[in-house]
Design a protein around this ligand. Sequence first.
Ligand SMILES: NC(=O)c1ccc[n+]([C@@H]2O[C@H](COP(=O)([O-])OP(=O)(O)OC[C@H]3O[C@@H](n4cnc5c(N)ncnc54)[C@H](OP(=O)(O)O)[C@@H]3O)[C@@H](O)[C@H]2O)c1
Length: 291
Amino acid sequence: MRILVTGGRGLVGGPLTSRLRAREGGAHEVLSLGHADLDVTDSSAVRAAFADFRPDAAAHLAAWTDVDGCEREPEKALRVNGDGTGNVAAAAASAGASLLHVSTDYVFDGRKAAPWTEEDAVGPVSSYGRSKLAGEEHVRRIPAGAWTVVRAQSIYGAGKKSFVDAILDRARSGQPLRVVTDQRVSPTWCDDLADLLADALFLRIRGLFHAANGGSCTWNECARAALDLAGMERVPVLPTTAAELARPAPRPANSAFDCAKLARAIGRAPRPWRDALAAYLATKCATEEAP
Ligand SMILES: NC(=O)c1ccc[n+]([C@@H]2O[C@H](COP(=O)([O-])OP(=O)(O)OC[C@H]3O[C@@H](n4cnc5c(N)ncnc54)[C@H](OP(=O)(O)O)[C@@H]3O)[C@@H](O)[C@H]2O)c1
């Protein structure tokens, strides 16, 4: 299979690219494009990339993921995450390629008490969420249903400083830790998400899916777990609230995902978030200790 990846140098795009290249003994040809290789807001460049490579499938991960930046510059957010995705969807359709698009929990308002399913009504409360929803809408318009939208969330891992690394770095430097207790998430290791996306692509599942490591916790509980697993049990994690932090973009209060639909489609459930976090920290520790 010939597979084109956008956002290929990102937190998820990196591990996804290596998984796609490794599957079936390297049987697949993968063109993984970073931002410098292809700007998805340039419609003719996107069309040319698809026309030249002639992929059978594409995975679209390029996005402007700075949630507070998107709040300050909503037009840019829509241009990259909405129109940019429209360019990729149109080019994939013209090239006859199926499209796997990665979206977000931020399409929801966060006001549901239970985990979100694919049937739940969307209602983004931030500019980032609205721009990603606009992207989803472009993808759903691809004819013949050759599309898959996988909503992900709360991703951490190597390759880009994300929540878990920020917590550990802060604790090591002796700075106080204040983490929200009023935001519930399903923390997800980028490597586990990359495995799920690769399965979704090769199994050719179609439609809308939620993907995350299993279960949920508050960000404060996630920080506590990361510190405990890293041997820093004595470091306190003080409570705070979203209102106290007053960040530019509002975040959904509950983002927990129900991933049963994805589990049925690919024949396995994502592992629990705590197991994934332990696996990430074991990998990180081994890498840091290597000579
Ligand atoms: N991280 C999360 O917690 C999270 C949660 C839910 C959903 N998602 C979604 O998952 C996907 C992958 O995100 P990620 O976590 O891997 O984020 P990431 O590390 O920020 O990767 C996104 C990549 O897209 C690139 N990009 C930005 N603007 C672009 C443009 N105009 N044209 C081409 N490339 C562009 C970025 O390059 P530069 O950095 O060089 O600009 C970056 O390498 C995204 O669709 C994101 O919306 C992420």
